[in-house]
Write a protein that binds this ligand. Structure first.
Ligand code: GP9
Ligand code: MN
Length: 678
């Protein structure tokens, strides 16, 4: 071993080759980068080398033995970064960005998901780190000499930079405007590598911070003009039919539309939801409705639905733009028609930074885990199971001032789709891919929970006369499960088919209006807000919105995805390839119409980004008399006014135990609690 490495340069070369080759192998095994030609493959092979040279080269600025220590340490941190991306990618099909890292409050609930994502063979991904440490510790003699000449690191780093330039030039040739557009992080990693991606991401974030500082009131004008041009006037028959009615909004976690009317082992997976769709006397179902979320997942869905803005290309606007000014649906409903708004969710209030951004949306009440009985048998995965969640929410809902806008965010049907034996009423699928197989069981559980909730709403007299809508938040089965999906659908999965699987349900029951059956109009989550506004009789024209009313004759059927792809009735763009949506055939030469749609999508996503990055709504007054939302007027404390009976009982029990109380003491305790409630 001693003879094997006899110089610092050899140690350096071994470290560099190890991390280079490991990165390349991991690219091939773990990431789905969509390599299409030899040049792309070549770039994938060389791209780890430039960052390796640059980073490891820095170690030579140290003295003596420290050089080896730094080489090892840098090698270790690069390995750690790469491996974190591997784990993150297994579920999210995406790479870690700085904004995602700031979502630390999310990590606490992630325990189960992470364990499911770590594989036994991951140990091989760290073997080189151990080997290098061993080499370092057994090679004392090579570090004795004094500082290496400055030209050594200078040459190495220059070589790295040259290689990087060469890499960027080749990437630009194959993919013009790679760094400018960047709606899809897979591209950047494919062309420039996972390490350069992190650097790129850091620069991007710095840019974001400056953008807000530099934005001014002129920037909103262009957005306003676009939104006015896109405006679709309401359908006169429906305008205002639900004015002043209670609104109940149900967020179905990870629910793909394919579940509807889907049969597994000859059984319907979601019989209750199917019945709403199929009976058609009350409900209207949009079968070509798509989610438009990105890294922000649930948070993106909430943002899009309540603001008719797109999420950000990176991270979650809930987290990075939590302090921005918004003109969200809850605030508008309150100012225009005196609605009280509330969100119900069986997870901690910090997740997705909800406790901060909800204040900017003007949400009056937020009922999070502290309001529910979170004892062990009631909890699975991320939080409270959907059945107790709906059950315990009922008394609170009944006590809300009316009209209310109440949002229920379900949770059990979430990756990795864990379910207790007693809750599973359908056998898992049999693809051998655990999370896909269980996906159907938690979907069934959610379906049953919803049925119970609707029964309770009926009993409480809150069903009939309420406007109720249900939407799916984002995909549940990621691109990493093509094999299992192919088996489920009996057809080879590909990117185009997968894009079509991004349909999520949107269904709505409008009081006093007969169900319209199944509607085939293409639509997306940005269309929710203008639709609801018009149903309650508020013209959406005043507001800056990117969607259009689903019931309007002028509804715009271009569904933009966050990565710049899109879907319309006629066309699709998936991973930069155009398709004829009626035949599924690839379109080699896009016609003028397609190019126009493409330009519209790009423009729209850009303008929406400008709104969020520049915090532009602070410069916009929708109408005279509009009062900007003041977040300091909202409190989501455990001691707020509306507290479920179950929680009050529990407090009483605690007090009771402590005091071994008799009847009179119990009476005192009741008064105590009442005082707290006041
Ligand atoms: C967490 C829940 C899940 O509170 O809403 O968020 P997701 O992981 O689906 O974005
Ligand atoms: Mn979700």
């Amino acid at each position: 071993m001693r003879r094997f490495i006899s110089s610092k340069m050899q140690f350096f070369a071994i470290a560099a080759i190890l991390i280079w080759l490991k990165t390349y192998v991991i690219y091939l095994i773990e990431f789905n980068l969509g390599i299409q030609n030899l040049l792309q493959h070549f770039l994938l092979f060389i791209n780890p080398l430039s960052s390796t040279l640059i980073f490891l080269g820095i170690a030579f600025f140290a003295r003596g033995r420290r050089v080896g220590g730094y080489i090892w340490l840098i090698h270790f941190f690069m390995s750690l970064l790469l491996y974190s991306n591997v784990v993150f990618y297994r579920f999210n099909n995406d790479f870690i960005t700085l904004p995602v890292l700031t979502q630390t409050s999310n990590f606490a609930s992630l325990g189960n998901s992470i364990i499911d994502l770590i594989k036994w063979y991951d140990i091989f991904y760290m073997l080189d780190v151990v080997f290098l440490l061993f080499l370092f510790l057994t090679s004392k003699q090579i570090w004795k000499h004094e500082r290496v000449k400055m030209r050594v690191p200078a040459t190495i780093i220059t070589l790295g930079l040259l290689l990087l330039t060469f890499n960027v030039i080749l990437a630009e040739i194959d993919r013009p405007q790679l760094l400018k557009r960047t709606f899809d992080r897979n591209y950047i990693v494919k062309y420039l590598g996972a390490y350069n991606f992190t650097i790129y991401d850091a620069i991007q974030n710095l840019k974001t911070t400056t953008e807000r500082v530099l934005a001014d009131s002129d920037d909103i004008t262009e957005v306003r003009n676009y939104s006015m041009l896109k405006y679709a006037p309401p359908n006169e028959e429906l305008f205002g039919v639900a004015a002043g009615k209670n609104i109940i909004k149900i967020h179905l976690e990870s629910f793909h539309s394919f579940l509807i009317n889907f049969e597994l082992h000859g059984e319907e997976v979601t019989p209750f939801i199917n019945s709403l769709v199929n009976e058609q006397n009350e409900w209207t179902y949009f079968e070509n409705f798509f989610h438009q979320t990105e890294q922000g997942k649930t948070a993106d869905a909430e943002l899009i639905a309540d603001n008719s803005l797109y999420g950000l290309p990176q991270g979650s606007a809930f987290v990075t733009k939590g302090k921005n000014t918004y003109q969200a649906l809850p605030a508008i409903l309150k100012q225009k028609q005196g609605y009280t708004s509330a969100v119900f969710h069986g997870d901690g209030k910090l997740f997705w930074n909800r406790d901060e951004i909800y204040k900017q949306f003007g949400i009056d009440y937020f009922f999070y885990d502290a309001y529910y009985d979170m004892s062990e048998e009631q909890v699975i995965g991320y939080g409270l199971k959907d059945k107790p969640f709906f059950k315990e929410s009922m008394p609170i809902l009944e006590s809300l001032p009316q009209p209310f806008y109440a949002h229920f965010i379900t949770l059990t049907h979430h990756h990795p789709y864990l379910i207790d034996e007693e809750d599973a009423t359908i056998a898992p699928a049999e693809t051998g891919d655990g999370s896909v197989d269980r996906y159907f069981q938690t979907a069934r559980y959610l379906d049953e929970a919803l049925e119970m909730f609707f029964e309770d709403l009926k009993k409480a007299g809150l069903y009939e006369d309420s406007l109720i809508f249900i939407y799916g938040d984002h995909y549940g089965i990621s691109k990493n499960h093509y094999r299992a999906l192919s088996e489920i659908f009996g057809t080879e999965m590909d990117h185009y088919k997968y894009a079509n699987l991004q349909r999520v349900p949107f269904m709505i029951k409008i009081p006093g209006v007969e169900g319209m059956g199944t509607i085939s109009e293409y639509a997306g989550q940005v269309d929710i807000m203008p639709t609801i506004l018009h149903l309650v009789g508020i013209d959406s024209r005043d507001f800056i919105l990117f969607g259009t009313d689903l019931f309007s004759e002028k509804h715009n059927d271009v569904v933009a995805f966050r990565n710049g792809d899109f879907m319309t009735e006629k066309y699709a763009k998936v991973k930069d390839v155009y398709y004829d949506n009626r035949t599924g055939e690839v379109i080699e030469e896009p016609n003028e119409e397609l190019e126009e749609i493409n330009a519209q999508v790009m423009r729209e996503l850009n303008l929406s980004d400008n709104v969020l990055q520049g915090d532009l709504l602070r410069f916009y007054t929708p109408y005279e008399g509009w009062e900007p939302v003041d977040p300091s007027e909202y409190f989501y404390d455990d001691n707020q006014l509306y507290i479920p009976q179950s929680l009050i009982d529990k407090w009483l029990d605690y007090k009771q135990e402590d005091a071994e109380a008799d009847e009179t003491e119990r009476e005192e305790n009741v008064q105590d609690v009442n005082r707290m409630l006041k």
